[in-house]
Ligand binder design. Sequence first.
Ligand SMILES: Cc1cc2nc3c(=O)[nH]c(=O)nc-3n(C[C@H](O)[C@H](O)[C@H](O)COP(=O)(O)O)c2cc1C
Ligand SMILES: CCCCC(=O)C(=O)O
Length: 381
Amino acid sequence: MQRISCLADLEREAVDKLDLNTRTFFQSGAMDLLTRDDNREAYNRIRIIPRMLRDVSKIDTSLSIFGQTFKSPVFLAASANQRMAHTDGEIAASRSACKHGVLHVLSSISNYSIEEVSKGVADLTESGENTSVRWLQLYVFQDRHISYDLVKRAEQAGYTGIVVTVDTPYAGRRLDNIRSTFRVPQHLSLGNFEKYADGMHTHSPTAESTRLAHQNVNYTNYQIDPSLNWNDIKEIKKLTKLPVLLKGILTHEDAAIAVDVGVDGIIVSNHGGRQLDTVPATIVALPEVVDAVKKRIPVFVDGGILRGTDVFKALAVGADAVFVGRPVLWGLTYDGEKGVDLMIDLINEELRLAMALSGCIKISDINRSYLLKSDLYPSKL
Ligand SMILES: Cc1cc2nc3c(=O)[nH]c(=O)nc-3n(C[C@H](O)[C@H](O)[C@H](O)COP(=O)(O)O)c2cc1C
Ligand SMILES: CCCCC(=O)C(=O)O
């Protein structure tokens, strides 16, 4: 077997190992996959302009956000059902993030619960790692008490941020999941919701409702509340002292409202092309969001990031850090925690090299002057 040299190799190995059901769940995007694929192609169209002779013998990829220090700006995005990739699922991904000093975002729709993941990383604190690099991704369910309780549980379990996903009032229409009838394997449950299966909470998502939602038998079966609006975001802000971020913003208009209502951070995302097909690639949407936010709050981006040069380009446009989604699943599938370690090491090494070869010594050195101007997308501003 050839050695894994980059994230694309890791994807190939993982895809070879997976059954059709899991593979289509991970790879799928909405409708014709135009946005999913555009996320990557848009990075490929941007050229880096390097500078020389700057003593690049020491490269520092560390950064600080909300008072927390991270070793690299490549974070791990939330994805549902990570035990479909590997039996250690979310615990393995979270452990790997803690060891590397980068963020792990736990999906609301995880197989291991908020508390199980906390327990699963606890021994790393004893060996000196910072295990507070964990945020919770929040879906706002029709039964608001469930979502509000998830926030409280996250606070108690040592999570340090809440990421509210705002692009999913309904699940996108993912044709391959409909064609091959997506199923969460019977032995997996949705850890966070077991405590609500008491008859009191009739709107709690279950593994069964998840199955149906993915088959689009009933779009509302995830029990996500499609009435979610800006007033709810203000309520969530009142509920917690943790930073509250919005994931799924794609326009300068929404970015400006987010800042006005007191949101603490924005993740420019199109859900990996899984929601509304034909929305712009995230690296295309990023400049107008960055320009509207004017550094008042951090801006992050995800979607299609596979190379160290992609990370460099996103930071050059103005992202504070980036998230990778599917690559976490490829790492998990390949070799559990060790596979995620490998994924993080590979992309960090590529970023380090991209910085050195373009003459950037630290993260704050990276800016738009390192990109060919004609490749930067026209902003709506
Ligand atoms: C299998 C899968 C499950 C996902 N589940 C969630 C989720 O539960 N909540 C969420 O906010 N985003 C979810 N996402 C979206 C990711 O957080 C992220 O936005 C996206 O994967 C980034 O694109 P990339 O995969 O090209 O890196 C999921 C993505 C995938 C591929
Ligand atoms: C309604 C979608 C829930 C899981 C998810 O976010 C995804 O599969 O992309």
